[in-house]
Write a protein that binds this ligand. Sequence first.
Ligand SMILES: Nc1ncnc2c1ncn2[C@@H]1O[C@H](COP(=O)(O)OP(=O)(O)OP(=O)(O)O)[C@@H](O)[C@H]1O
Ligand SMILES: [Mg+2]
Length: 231
Amino acid sequence: MSEAVIECRGVTRRYDDGASVVEVLRGVDLALAAGETLAITGASGSGKSTLLHVLGGLDTPDSGSVLLCGRDLAHASERERARLRNTWLGFVYQFHHLLPEFSALENVAMPLLIARRAAADAAREARAMLERIGLAARLEHRPAELSGGERQRVAIARALVTRPRVLLADEPTGNLDARNATAACDLLLELCAAQQAAVVVVTHDERIAARMQRRLRLEDGRLGPLGATPT
Ligand SMILES: Nc1ncnc2c1ncn2[C@@H]1O[C@H](COP(=O)(O)OP(=O)(O)OP(=O)(O)O)[C@@H](O)[C@H]1O
Ligand SMILES: [Mg+2]
């Protein structure tokens, strides 16, 4: 039996603004082994981003536990959480969030520098990553000088350059046309398979969801099988 690289048990999260309480997550259980891929779908406002933030230690559940490579993320200090995030997690968002004043090479090298790798090492690995994903001719381009598809590929490279155990992606292809969405998904799955990273991808795109080994739907604060209650 393989051990989970990311796991959550009984996770709840509510927002209380004084006037009203929104129970977004009402007891979410989930476990992924190395190399496993999962798509999460659900209506707008169903809590998909909230769940990803909790899984990634960017938000704290009201109750329940989140284990990242066996470490309790939900109860770790802010400092420890940041360290665990930098070591074990990669994030990809709908919008690339690349730093506009830095080149593709510098953007991809950044997480390695933050992890205190030597500058020469970081540059070498970032270059190898960009060459691998077909952007060898774009190393010195800034985000504004790249196409939308290229920008998202750079964002994927940046998320995976540190060889995280888990990649969390929130609508990673939501801003791309069908052809670029397929290319970005191919790239993400290929790199994650090579590194045996587990993947959790939130997506509205049926074709992207269909590429993942497992598919779950977030509804009424809980994760369930896809298409259980068609309305
Ligand atoms: N900081 C916050 N304060 C109060 N309510 C919030 C906050 N963040 C999210 N919510 C509410 O929690 C619910 C879930 O939001 P979330 O962003 O997780 O949904 P989502 O499934 O990612 O939606 P979308 O598909 O539109 O991205 C929504 O009703 C939202 O209004
Ligand atoms: Mg969202």
